[in-house]
Design a binder for this molecule. Structure first.
Ligand code: NI
Length: 148
C-alpha cells in the first residue's frame, strides 16, 4: 500500500465522513478506498469501447454562464445520432438540470459525455452506461418487447 496526500474541499470531506459513518467504515481511508474502487470497477466494466450501449448523462449547469446553454444544445444537435432524448429541468434561478439519454458505442458515448461535463459551468456530471448487446437472432432488442 502507498500513502498519498490529497487536497479536498471541506464540503466534500464532510460528505465523505458522513458516508463513512453511515456505512460503518473503520476509517476515512477505508471509505475512500471503497468509493474509488466502485468508480474504477465501473470504468473497467465499460472498458471495451466498441460495446453498444444506452447511457444517461446527468449534469447541472448555470444557464447564465456565457453561451453555455447554446453550446450544450448545439453539441447535442451535432451528435444527433447519439442523443436520443433530453430532459430539462429549471432547478432554480441559476441552475438547469439535464438528463440526456444517449445511444451508441461506449467510446462514442464517453467521448460525448466528457465534452459536456468538462465545460466550465457544468457540475455534477455523471454518466451511467448500460451495455446493450445485440440480440443473438439479429433482431433489434426493442422489438417484441411489450409493456402491459
Ligand atoms: Ni433551464
Amino acid at each position: 500500500m502507498q500513502r498519498i496526500t490529497v487536497t479536498i474541499d471541506d464540503d466534500l470531506l464532510e460528505v465523505i465522513d458522513r458516508i463513512s459513518e453511515q456505512r460503518g467504515y473503520a476509517s476515512r481511508s477505508e471509505a475512500l478506498r471503497d468509493l474509488v474502487r466502485d468508480a474504477t470497477t465501473r470504468e473497467l466494466a465499460a472498458a471495451d469501447g466498441k460495446t453498444p450501449c444506452y447511457a444517461t448523462l446527468t449534469y447541472v449547469y448555470e444557464h447564465e454562464t456565457r453561451d453555455l446553454s447554446r453550446r450544450l444544445t448545439s453539441s447535442q444537435h451535432h451528435h444527433h445520432d447519439l442523443s436520443v432524448s433530453t430532459l430539462h429541468v429549471h432547478v432554480d434561478n441559476q441552475d438547469c438540470l439535464e438528463v440526456a439519454v444517449l445511444k451508441g458505442s461506449v467510446a462514442e458515448v464517453k467521448s460525448f459525455a466528457d465534452s459536456v461535463v468538462t465545460q466550465r459551468g457544468v457540475r455534477f456530471g455523471n454518466l451511467h452506461i448500460i451495455p446493450s448487446e445485440p440480440a443473438a437472432d439479429g433482431n433489434d432488442a426493442s422489438h417484441g418487447h411489450h409493456h402491459s
